[in-house]
Write a protein that binds this ligand. Sequence first.
Ligand code: PMP
Length: 355
Amino acid sequence: MSHSIRRGFAEAIGNTPLIRLNRFSDLTGCEILGKAEFMNPGGSVKDRAARAIIEDAERSGRLKPGGTVVEGTAGNTGIGLAHVCNARGYRCVIVMPDNQSAEKYQLIEALGAEVLRVKAVPYSDPNHYQKIARRLADEIPGAIWANQFDNTANRDAHEQTTGPEIWAQTGGRIDAFVAAAGTGGTLGGISRYLKRENPKILTVLADPQGSSLYHWVRYGELKQIGPASITEGIGIGRVTANLEGAPLDDALHITDVECVRTVYQLLREEGLFLGSTSGVNVAAAVQLAQRLGPGHTIVTILCDSGAKYQSRLFNRKWLSEKGLLEAAGLTQQVQPASITTETPRDLDGYQRLSA
Ligand code: PMP
């Protein structure tokens, strides 16, 4: 049997390509490299956390054959858990706040998980979706609560797999790593691993508007900066166990305008169809490249594809309502290439044909 065969869904997670973002690299004189986590079999960086959380619960004996996995998640962790549960014969129950894109609910239900849609309320409310998930796990016999925010099996997955992969793929030639945090598992785990290999590697948080972490990293105190963001799955108002103690050097604040502009540049100039969190990450990598100057290698995460966001991020009307159409470069009227305002001589022929 070939060594390249991966045995089942779980083994197909990870070992994703590291993609040089050619335009952004050429423009900045840096090597800007994106870890293609959207190429995981469940479609996002969260497949790694889902696998690690389930394997950790199996090892500790908390999750037994035929058991149930319950989680409160805004999407990608639910997708990853639903896949791993299917592959291993577990029941999967996902609690989601009701302000997420329709594609995410539909996908998780299509995968066979039971989806409980609850009102989006602040974290302090006892009916916050994560607290409902915890209570459900207590009530269902043989169920575990995945607890992605504070279960450090999430961070360990990145410390043990994503970090070493980045190190191997760059041959250790990396000057900076920058990524956003949702649970903080990706940033916490990778920054721990890279700092251990080389303490000189800069580790930087990319924080969307509306999050409290930028201020926390820079000034040691949680404070929300800017209005709520259109991004889904990143930005948070507390320090999770997965983020606690992460060796971070700095933070960058990324606005929705910068995020959307970058998402559309990735699509049109790099050929990569990605979600908003990848936009935040790449916008931050480009800013970091500009600050560090040419000749540096900067790695970030391409978290998931744009496919789940067609009704929002890739919808003209929605972008317009959010005041983000200009950032997306979609304000000009699209015209067939043969029609120009200068009226070339052969336009007569075109008009006759189209009349
Ligand atoms: N990007 C996307 C698309 C996500 O779904 C998430 C997690 N919710 C993140 C980034 C952040 O990853 P982490 O939870 O490891 O901080």
